[in-house]
Design a binder for this molecule. Structure first.
Ligand code: GDP
Ligand code: SF4
Ligand code: MG
Length: 411
């Protein structure tokens, strides 16, 4: 399904002709769709370029190709380029240290005036080295900047991290946990086992957040233990839109829930809400490629783990060793530190990051991707081990398609 335009992050690309806007776009998206040319552009109409930009997904670049400071700045104000500011959620000024001047400062002032977050990109760093006069000034104004060499793809990862850091929260955070799968006026059933591992007297955060999400969107739910699920289904005059269960009760719930009713787990909902479902599903699928002796990083966001004490230190390591038929080398990390040498690891298994915001988790996913290391989370590791993926990914066609393709290839 194509993402509607208004949900896309609009990135306004400003910069003189030949500053390297198209080259930066290509380097960021790894697509050769924007034409890189050595001849200065002729049109002053901004060009809209819908693209996939990791980790955001679909974004819209608005390329103001074809304007520069050769014209009168006054003309710029009335030109169609200036209207791009009205549509820009996040701005980029592409320049280099030798050309930084009035034109760039005008754009910068406009961003400031409109309170649009932006990044200054000093491109062509292979040709022009840093000018301390400029960067000291930007530092004092607390303006984010980066040096890139789009030609040799240097600095592009740093730029991508800055884009994530600066993007308005509305575009980074998911709007719904599960309400988008249910719809207003419709019902979900949430299955929450109440066993000795459940905290006393309360529900855990993901369950509470899911209930609230449904209420916020005019949907509703029934909350049951797995033992009462069958009875609950019998009482309903029409089936629920979705059943969500704790991964640990998945097998039981799978047997009770008629095949026509979509079923998923809280872990999967939260891999989508707090992280990136497709990326984490891909990560879990690489468990099959692990061999004894391989290094696996187990990362937890909290420095202490109030829930499920031993999952990262005992349960997952024990199961994975059994699965690969030998001892893997596990390293457990807690808190905000991420090891420098992540490329040494074959897999990163992260906690659900329920105490973090999505921006932080996407930052980690990007780091893993840059190092070429697959990443998944606790819940998906468990789900994969239980053989849950095909049914539990039913409500997420993209992720399911990927799993099916992978299974087909390995036949
Ligand atoms: N040396 C060098 N050349 C670059 C760099 N980025 C872009 N170019 C070259 O600069 C020219 C203009 O680039 P382009 O991306 O079309 O600029 P645009 O007009 O701003 O879109 C092309 O010849 C590019 O190959 C860079 O970082 N270093
Ligand atoms: S942030 Fe991670 S470690 Fe902390 S409670 Fe949530 S899942 Fe556990
Ligand atoms: Mg261009």
């Amino acid at each position: 399904m194509k993402a509607p335009k208004s949900f896309r992050l609009h990135i306004g690309l400003f910069g003189r002709r030949n500053s390297g806007k198209s080259s930066i776009l290509n380097a960021l998206t790894n697509q050769e769709v924007s034409i890189v040319s050595e001849i200065a552009g002729t049109t002053t109409d901004p060009v809209e370029k819908p693209m996939e930009l990791l980790p955001f997904g679909p974004v819209l670049f608005i390329d103001t190709a074809g304007i520069d400071d050769t014209g009168d700045l006054g003309k710029l104000r009335i030109s169609r380029t200036f209207a791009v500011f009205d549509r820009t959620d996040l701005g980029m000024i592409v320049t280099d240290y030798s050309t930084w001047g009035d034109y760039e400062q005008t754009i910068m002032q406009e961003f400031h005036k409109r309170e649009i977050p932006f990044i200054v990109v000093f491109n062509k760093s292979d040709l022009h080295s840093e000018d301390l006069n400029i960067t000291t000034q930007l530092d004092s104004l607390k303006i984010s900047y980066v040096s890139t060499d789009a030609f040799h793809r240097q600095g592009i990862d740093t730029l991508r991290h800055l884009l994530l850091e600066k993007a308005p929260a509305d575009f980074v955070n998911r709007q719904a946990i599960l309400a988008d799968l249910i719809g207003p006026g419709e019902m979900a059933i949430l299955v929450t086992p109440i066993d000795k591992e459940a905290p006393k007297g309360r529900l855990i955060l993901p369950q509470v957040q899911s209930i609230r999400d449904l209420l916020d969107h005019g949907a509703f739910c029934m909350v049951v233990r797995e033992h009462e699920l069958e009875l609950a289904l019998q009482r309903l005059s029409s089936p629920p839109k979705l059943i969500v269960t704790d991964s640990q009760a998945f097998e039981k719930v799978n047997a009770i829930a008629p095949p026509g009713i979509p079923l998923t787990s809280f872990s999967i909902l939260f891999a989508r809400f707090q992280a990136d479902l497709n990326e984490m599903v891909r990560g879990a699928m690489t468990i099959d490629q692990l061999n004894p002796g391989d290094k696996v990083l187990i990362a937890e966001a909290c420095t202490h783990h109030p829930i499920e004490e031993d999952i990262g230190t005992v349960k997952i390591p024990t199961w994975l060793n059994k699965y690969v038929g030998g001892a893997l080398t596990f390293v457990n990390m807690r808190g905000r530190d991420f090891p420098k040498n992540i490329a040494d690891y074959k897999l990163i298994i992260h906690c659900g990051a329920c105490m973090w915001n999505r921006r932080e988790m996407l930052g980690r996913i990007m780091q893993a991707r840059e190092a070429g290391v697959p990443i998944t989370n606790y819940g998906l590791t468990i789900a994969y081990s239980l053989g849950i993926f095909p049914r539990a990914l039913g409500p997420f066609p993209d992720a399911l398609q990927w799993v099916k393709g992978k299974e087909q290839n390995s036949l």
